[in-house]
Design a protein around this ligand. Structure first.
Ligand code: NAD
Length: 265
């Protein structure tokens, strides 16, 4: 079981930093040949850190400065994978953007379309281009969010994450007869650049998790790794919330705190 990833290929989008880099590192440690797609420029320090990590790991790293929202990126990657003898056993559609986090009436059409293009169409293009090269046992993991399970004011972002769950279920049905699984991870609040870049939001999110702290990227990547590998061989078409109790607590977490029945960590 420990050698499962040796001589197998996997693709991670948005893998230069954050949660994507975490799962890329785990796959490299496990011996996979990992294609990381990210739109960060080649001279970004995140790429350098990932390359340094890859040195000396059992697996090998291919860094691709590509936009997931462009069909041409996926054609290029599909060509690389076809030219390689290693079977493609994993795809993680992790690349995502928040856009300006506006409500429905305050969202511009341009911002709306850009968020959907990256978060939703990017994952569609990835499955569309690469599933034909996957064989039985392969696994696809889409990264949604707890805002794909609940209402959230940031309209385009929340809609894209709900839609990713629908895409997951459609693809899971289509690919199940081929033995390819498709699942969704719905992270809660994760300590990455995505929320650190907005100090007010970062502050506001501190109190919402019953477990009392936000997730480290590795805590989400461990679940991605499980879904990618043979340990989850009978799991497909599902959403797994990895959120420290945020969605299970719902509105009753602050109520429990308010009446003194619950205590914050
Ligand atoms: P992050 O901003 O650190 O990482 C996102 C990565 O995606 C970046 O490296 C970025 O360059 C890349 N990317 C963005 N647009 C791209 C494109 N068009 N093509 C290729 N790469 C692109 O944030 P993160 O927290 O690591 O986010 C990873 C995923 O997890 C995202 O889908 C995000 O929506 C989701 N998520 C994050 C949180 C959180 O609290 N951080 C919570 C739930 C879900």
């Amino acid at each position: 079981m420990n050698d499962y990833w040796l001589d197998k290929a996997a693709v991670v989008t948005g893998g230069a930093r954050g949660q994507g880099a975490s799962i890329a590192r785990m796959l490299l440690q496990a011996g996979a040949h990992v294609y990381v797609m990210d739109r960060l420029p080649a001279d970004d320090s995140c790429w350098q850190e990932l390359r340094q990590f890859a040195n000396g790991q059992r697996g090998t790293l291919v860094c691709l400065e590509l936009d997931v929202a462009a069909a041409a990126s996926w054609q290029l990657l599909a060509g690389r994978i076809q030219a390689d003898t290693r079977p493609l056993c994993g795809l993680v559609n992790n690349a995502g953007i928040t856009g300006p986090r506006n409500t429905v009436t305050k969202s511009s059409l341009e911002d709306w379309e850009q968020v959907l293009r990256v978060n939703l169409t990017g994952a569609f293009l990835g499955i569309h281009a690469l599933a034909p090269f996957m064989r039985a046992g392969a696994s696809i993991v889409n990264i949604s969010s707890t805002v794909g399970l609940t209402g959230y004011y940031s309209a385009a972002y929340s809609t894209s994450k709900w839609a990713l769950r629908g895409l997951t279920k459609s693809a899971a049905l289509e690919l199940a007869p081929s033995g390819i699984r498709v699942n969704c991870v719905c992270p809660g609040v994760v300590d990455t650049e995505m929320i650190r870049s907005n100090a007010r939001l970062f502050e506001a999110l501190q109190g919402i998790t019953p477990m009392g702290h936000m997730a480290a990227p590795d805590e989400i990547a461990e679940v991605m790794f499980f879904l990618l590998g043979p340990q989850s061989s009978y799991v497909t078409g599902t959403d797994i919330a990895v959120d420290g109790g945020v969605t299970s607590g719902g509105i009753f977490w602050p109520v429990g705190l308010a009446v003194g029945a619950l205590q914050a960590a």
